[in-house]
Design a binder for this molecule. Structure first.
Ligand code: TYD
Ligand code: MG
Length: 449
């Protein structure tokens, strides 16, 4: 009797089926089912043994043994350093800097006398060494192996017992026990399970580097994200130097925490005060430009929103946006047309969030609308003004989360006027004129006199 069975797992959502089909019935993705081999569950009369028990009062808590790496932004995103025995999945697009970040972490650990094992299935020792030369390595306690067999990797980790093991990348690793190609779902998942088990058993932290698919998720089943303790994503625009490290899941710290880095000729540099980094090249007195701020974890970023409207030359007006959801922009244009009587029907509208940053929160609605209105009316907005507010379909302004915190941060940055949704509470910030408005129409009247 065979002791394995074949199933088909969806690459997108992880649902499993007995038969292949062109479309996943769970998530409706096409061509996402992949063959996977699972051990059979036919041993029905197997009776288990009693497992050793531990009284929890005698167990030291897992997250309590932490190691600060010395890269502050990275430590902060992890929730205060690396937890012994934890497994971190580091995802990001190709070329964004995952290997560089990982190597810098190994290098810093080396500097404090801790060893690491860098496993690469993609690059040779020479290639990794030349990257290490660029980031000016302080001390080399980094052991390198070029290996893809998970059993060999685990055996090496067991022998070396490094303070950190790093797998670059999980998609290249494969196990001889599984009859599937490297990078396939069953290989990625099973290898990750084996590595996680080894990490927990040996109490060694492991970083798994993962490639992302075109829609921005780590390639492989979603289950990979469930298996690990922490999921980090390194994001940024390829042609901008800024990189944002975001924690999506963290069993040992807060999620939504972000770290900010700048890619330089010598690796990723920390940006410890990123609030104003996007405002550096602002043109004073330009129309269609306004500042807002967005909150990412505990950080607030000041962002310049730019709008441009031009007469549509023929046919259907164009609406293009970079860094802001284009459907949301269409909605705001409709509100501006109907509720603030702006004639945008025959205008092309372009929107840009400067610096390649992406805003996803509705708090930016007011700034986006005012940037468009400012360009249309050809009137500049006071450069010392900052605005927040969500806009409803009736043109009303709605409150945004943590407004007071945003206002205090902006006050520190030297903004003199703050435009906010109307509210009963009186928020006071020294030397700042606070303007409370009820609707987008009123806001335009006040700001674009
Ligand atoms: P890499 O870490 O190889 O990206 P990933 O592992 O995510 O694919 O780094 C990619 C880019 O970073 C590469 O185009 C070169 C650039 N880079 C620098 O600008 N400065 C540096 O010091 C290093 C090491 C890389
Ligand atoms: Mg790489």
């Amino acid at each position: 009797m065979p002791n394995t069975k074949t199933t088909y797992i969806c690459k997108n959502c992880g649902a499993s089926y007995l038969r292949w089909s062109g479309k996943c019935e769970t998530c409706n993705e096409w061509n996402s089912l992949e063959k996977a081999v699972e051990a059979s569950s036919s041993r029905l009369n197997y009776r288990g043994d009693v497992t050793n028990m531990q009284n929890l009062s005698e167990v030291s808590s897992f997250g309590s043994i932490r190691k600060m790496i010395g890269l502050n932004e990275f430590d902060r995103v992890l929730g205060g350093g690396l937890v012994a025995g934890s497994v971190i999945l580091l995802g990001g697009e190709p070329g964004i800097g995952k290997s560089t970040l990982a190597l810098q972490v190994c290098n810093l650990l080396g500097g404090s006398g801790q060893s690491s094992l860098y496993v690469s299935g993609e690059e040779s020792a020479g290639q990794v060494k030349s990257r290490l030369d660029r980031i000016k390595n302080s001390e080399s306690r980094i052991n390198f192996i070029s290996e893809v067999m998970v059993e060999n990797i685990i055996a090496t980790v067991e022998k070396l017992k490094p303070n950190l093991a790093l797998i670059d990348s999980i998609q290249t690793v494969y196990s001889g026990e599984i009859d599937a190609l490297p990078g396939s779902i069953s290989q990625v998942k099973d290898c990750a399970i084996k590595l996680i088990e080894a990490g927990k058993r040996l109490n060694i932290p492991i970083i798994l580097i993962g490639h992302v698919t075109k829609d921005g998720h780590v390639a492989g089943p979603k289950t990979l994200e469930h298996l690990v303790d922490t999921v980090l994503y390194l994001e940024g625009e390829r042609y901008h130097n800024l990189r944002i490290l975001r924690s999506i899941k963290n069993r040992f710290g807060a999620t939504n925490e972000v770290g900010v880095f700048e890619m330089s000729a010598a690796g990723l540099m920390e940006v410890s005060d990123p609030a104003k980094i996007f405002l550096q090249e602002r043109l004073a007195g330009a129309t269609g430009s306004i500042i807002t701020s967005t909150l990412e974890g505990n950080r607030s970023f000041m962002l310049e929103v730019q709008g441009l409207t031009t007469k549509t030359v023929f046919g259907y007006p164009r609406r293009t946006s970079s860094g802001f959801d284009v459907n949301r922009m269409q909605l705001l244009i409709a509100v501006l047309t109907k509720r603030a009587n702006l004639s945008l029907g025959d205008r092309d509208v372009y929107l840009n969030i400067v610096g390649g940053f992406k805003i996803s929160e509705p708090a930016a609605d007011l700034a986006v609308s005012l940037a468009i209105a400012s360009s249309l009316l050809n009137k500049a907005i006071d450069p010392n003004l900052i605005a927040w507010g969500e806009i409803g379909l009736a043109g009303e302004l709605r409150n945004v989360s943590q407004l007071e915190k945003r206002m205090k941060e902006a006050g520190k940055m030297g903004f003199k006027q703050m435009l906010i949704p109307w509210q009963k509470d009186h928020i006071k910030i020294t030397n700042v004129e606070i303007i409370k408005v009820k609707s987008i129409k009123e806001a335009i009247k006040i700001v674009l006199k």
